[in-house]
Each structure stands twice: as C-alpha cells, then as structure tokens.
Ligand binder design. Structure first.
Ligand SMILES: [Zn+2]
Length: 66
C-alpha cells in the first residue's frame, strides 16, 4: 500500500506554480496537468476532479500561507 503510493507519486513532478495554480507534469500520461487552488481545496482541470492524484499532489505540496 505504502510502496504503491510512493510509486504513484513518483510519476508526478511540479512543472510550475503560481499563486492560485499548480502545473504538474504526469510522466505516465506525458502531459502537464493544471490544478487550481482555492479555499484550501484543489480542482484538477485535467481530470475535472477534486480527488484525483493530481489534486492530492497539489494539496500535499502547496505551502500554507497566512
Ligand atoms: Zn487529475
């Protein structure tokens, strides 16, 4: 389970970030996926989902700003 998670996360890397958007490069799909950050939640434009691996990755890597 844990190893599987690590393997899945390894396929992703940060492509670029801005104040409200993170672009993640997906090695498996060979494309950049945009994730919009708002109200501490993430919306993946590539999957039209807020609970895909990209959204989770974006939330996990976003630095909290107060
Ligand atoms: Zn996604």
């Amino acid at each position: 389970m844990v190893m599987c998670m690590v393997k899945e996360l390894f396929r992703l890397s940060i492509f670029s970030t801005s104040h409200d958007k993170i672009e993640i490069y997906d090695r498996r799909e060979k494309k950049v996926v945009q994730v919009v950050i708002s109200n501490r939640s993430a919306m993946c434009l590539g999957c039209s989902s807020d609970e895909c691996i990209h959204a989770g990755y974006a939330l996990g890597t976003e630095m909290p700003r107060e």
